[in-house]
Design a protein around this ligand. Structure first.
Ligand SMILES: CC(C)(COP(=O)(O)OP(=O)(O)OC[C@H]1O[C@@H](n2cnc3c(N)ncnc32)[C@H](O)[C@@H]1OP(=O)(O)O)[C@@H](O)C(=O)NCCC(=O)NCCSC(=O)C[C@@H](O)CCCCCCCCCCCCC(=O)O
Length: 723
């Protein structure tokens, strides 16, 4: 049994024991169930303490069991039994009580916790609702409003706040089991039915239908396209509408439906993908197990633009002092204003108190003197994308900084070696690619160069976690993984325009799929000048003319629409006109007939016949082109597992988690179908190199292998011809 049963001083102590987080697998559920029945039967036992081993209570149901196979008692059987016990039962909580873990605690007559504890019902984040009575019992403990908030967001609640909310009865210090025994013994003379949550009514103020409607509206706009938050609201409302038993039965039905839903399966995949990618390895053999991160106690950022300012903010809000360097006082002042404004916003959102924000700001040391960086542990360069400039900076940093300092570049496309070779410490140079807005977006694409050491990688991977990002390690190539995959995706979007579609049609298709924002809206946000400059730079490097009227550029299909919009002064949202027009800086995109005319004129002048392009074709062309690129990335060993690509898209480009990421999506469609379509589009559009089928995709389309093994095939760790 995975719950230890011992007796101390006439109190039965049931300790959950399932490493690493005491997940409530079937054996643990059986262990608790057997334990409480044994304690109830034994006349020498006066009370029960339920707690967890290894410093934590329980992180909820064992998510790996959700795909079926193992049974065991249903979790609410435990609650039903405790509800009828005369002997008091206390949950003695340390670490986490999450999901089913909190539900077990809510079955108990009392809950005590250490101050450092966090409780929560995070099921919604894996596409579920609490299925062990959480939606019915939590509102009885804390009222409808708090329960709705906790269950629909999945956010963790710190112990002291949970105590104020009525979820925890007492905060304790010291040994949690000793405290549990002491506490529960003091309750032996109290009638347990008086404290049993089943018996309580749900508190709320106002009209239940109004509360329900407001909560529905909120979750529908906040979690667009996701089913679970809606079901969570329904079930929590049921707690006030239905008798206890009916509420519990309905909750269980909802849980089972969601457990089998494609959204929850995708989100469960994403949960484990996020953990799998922490097990990084370098081609040289260094890996997460063997490499030790260096401490980063002080840092520096070069460039106080929006990107650099945001990065500095990530550092100081995580407690790492930062020296922010700009080339002159005017730029520095502007940068500081950006940081201040962002900090204010954080205060407004309630994420930091005014005091905390002020303290953070004192950790920022602005300067125009790069020499001030000489003693910092790590520097992140965030100047604009110009190789010559970046090399100059790295050469300087190499001279100035102490020999241990790690030098990071926030380049979004340049090879790491092309920058590292400007220094004599290539092993300490690494890419740390943040995504705009850098303070908000969670992805941190860490890129190793040929000589980057495992110690340097371990340091930036750890730093990523410290500054609350999701760090993913990738190899170096033009655009790395994120932008390299984005290229075919947005190129196909533009080709669809010149073949007959419009920016708003394309964007609507993407948003209907679940993307929070369309391709052309993103382009307007980043600025069309960026796309234009990248193309102009590519032309300059290749020594060719960039012609907006040529259908070919560098031997490939070309769409000159960006050049034409740029020439027409359409820079994007910043000047109120790009692929759309905008009435203000915060305004919504409005379809602009001028753009439609411009596209039509572009087609006329080039003799391109426009046609109706269906949503399916738009989606397929954008996504399959990008997925094909993903397989090439795996094939080239730039990622070691498909999960890395999915996490990059979820956290870098807000791919809906309930769709798992592009590689997971491909696995659901079937690689055979994807491969056939890629071949078809390759035949149809022979001048778009991104349609050349990936040989890994071709290989995998012939066999049926789970996504978790695609990387192994690509790396030769699994030989498919020998399967
Ligand atoms: C707890 C954390 C906050 C800890 O974070 P930390 O950063 O410290 O560590 P990691 O996240 O890296 O985790 C370490 C390690 O542990 C694994 N892990 C964590 N939690 C779980 C878990 N709940 N289940 C399984 N494994 C877990 C994690 O994967 C890591 O290992 P890896 O090898 O991958 O590196 C953080 O981990 C966290 O947030 N965890 C998840 C918390 C959560 O989401 N909890 C809710 C779970 S869902 C739930 O509880 C549902 C309940 O409401 C209802 C239960 C009803 C009944 C259950 C029985 C149904 C079974 C179906 C039977 C089918 C039979 C049939 O019909 O066929």
């Amino acid at each position: 049994m995975m719950a230890d049963y011992t007796v101390r001083d006439q109190v039965a102590v049931i300790e959950l024991d399932n490493p690493p987080v005491n997940a409530l697998g079937s054996a643990v559920r059986a262990g608790i169930y057997d334990g409480i029945r044994k304690a109830d039967r034994d006349p020498n036992i006066k009370a029960v303490v339920i707690c967890g081993k290894r410093g934590t209570f329980c992180a909820g149901a064992d998510i790996r069991e959700f795909d079926g196979g193992k049974n065991g008692p249903w979790i609410t059987d435990i609650g039903d039994f405790i509800d009828n016990m005369k002997k008091p039962v206390v949950a003695a909580i340390e670490g986490f009580a999450l999901g089913g873990g909190l539900e077990v605690a809510l079955f108990c007559h009392y809950r005590i916790a250490l101050k450092t504890v966090r409780v929560g019902q995070p099921e919604v984040q894996i596409g579920l609702l609490p299925g062990g009575g959480g939606t019915i019992r939590l509102p009885r403990a804390t009222g409808l409003k708090n329960a709705l908030d906790i269950i629909t967001t999945g956010n963790h609640v710190p112990a002291e706040k949970a105590a104020k909310m009525g979820i925890i009865d007492q905060i304790v210090t010291g040994d949690i089991i000793e405290e549990g025994i002491k506490f529960v013994k003091s309750k032996c003379n109290i009638d347990t039915s008086l404290v049993c949550l089943r018996m309580k009514t749900v508190k709320y103020s106002g009209d239940l239908d109004d509360i329900s409607e407001a909560a529905m509206t909120k979750v529908k706009s906040k979690f667009k396209g996701a089913i679970a938050p809606i079901v969570c609201v329904k079930s929590v409302i049921n707690s006030a509408k239905m008798p206890y038993e009916k509420g519990i039965d309905t909750e269980k039905e909802h849980f089972q439906d969601l457990r089998h839903s494609s959204q929850s399966k995708a989100m469960r995949y994403a949960f484990f993908a996020e953990r799998a990618i922490t097990r990084w390895q370098l081609p040289s053999g260094g890996n997460y197990k063997t490499a030790k991160p260096l401490p980063v106690k002080t840092s520096g950022v070069i460039g106080a633009g929006t990107m650099g300012g945001g990065i500095a903010l990530c550092l100081i809000t995580s407690g790492i002092p930062c020296i922010l360097v700009e080339q002159n006082q005017q730029f520095l002042d502007k940068g500081l204003e950006i940081v201040k404004a962002q900090l204010m916003r954080t205060v407004q959102l309630g994420k930091l108190s005014t005091e905390q924000a002020k303290k953070c700001f004192t950790m920022l040391k602005p300067t125009t003197n790069i020499e001030d960086l000489k003693n910092v542990d790590l520097v992140i360069e965030a100047v604009y994308e110009d190789l010559k400039l970046k090399r100059e900076i790295f050469e300087k940093l190499d001279r100035i900084c102490k020999s241990e300092t790690i030098l990071c570049t926030n380049t979004s496309s340049l090879h790491i070696d092309s920058i590292a070779t400007a220094t004599k410490r290539q092993s300490k140079v690494v890419g740390t690619h943040f995504f705009a807005p850098s303070y908000i977006m969670k992805l941190l694409e860490n890129i190793y160069g040929t000589k980057t050491s495992a110690e340097t990688v371990a340091t930036v991977m750890k730093l990523g976690k410290t500054i609350k990002k999701v760090p993913v390690l990738v190899g170096s190539c033009t655009g790395f993984v994120a932008n390299r995959m984005l290229k075919p995706y947005s190129e196909e979007a533009q080709y669809c325009l010149e073949e007959g579609s419009t920016p708003s049609i394309v964007d609507t298709v993407l948003m209907d799929f679940g993307m929070p924002i369309g391709n052309f809206q993103v382009s307007d946000l980043s600025g069309l000048d960026i796309g234009f400059r990248i193309k102009r730079e590519a032309a300059r490097k290749a020594g060719v003319e960039l012609s907006k009227n040529s259908r070919f550029f560098l031997g490939q299909r070309n769409c000159g629409l960006i050049e034409k919009l740029y020439e027409a002064g359409r820079m994007g949202k910043k000047n109120g006109k790009g692929w759309y027009k905008y009435e203000s800086l915060n305004g919504k995109p409005i379809v602009d007939p001028e753009v439609t005319m411009l596209i039509e004129e572009h087609c006329r002048s080039l003799g391109i016949e426009r046609r109706n392009i269906g949503s399916q074709e738009i989606l397929e062309r954008m996504q399959y082109a990008m997925i094909n690129e993903g397989f090439k990335i795996l094939e080239e060993g730039l990622c070691t597992m498909a999960e890395e690509i999915d996490v990059i898209w979820i956290y870098g480009f807000s791919w809906p988690k309930y769709m798992g990421g592009p590689m997971y999506y491909a696995s659901q469609i079937g690689l055979k179908k994807i491969y056939e379509k890629v071949c078809y589009y390759h035949k149809t559009f022979p001048y778009s190199m991104h349609w050349v089928p990936s040989s890994l995709l071709a290989k995998l389309s012939q066999i049926d292998l789970p996504l978790s093994e695609w990387g192994d095939v690509a790396q030769g760790r699994k030989l498919v011809n020998k399967l």
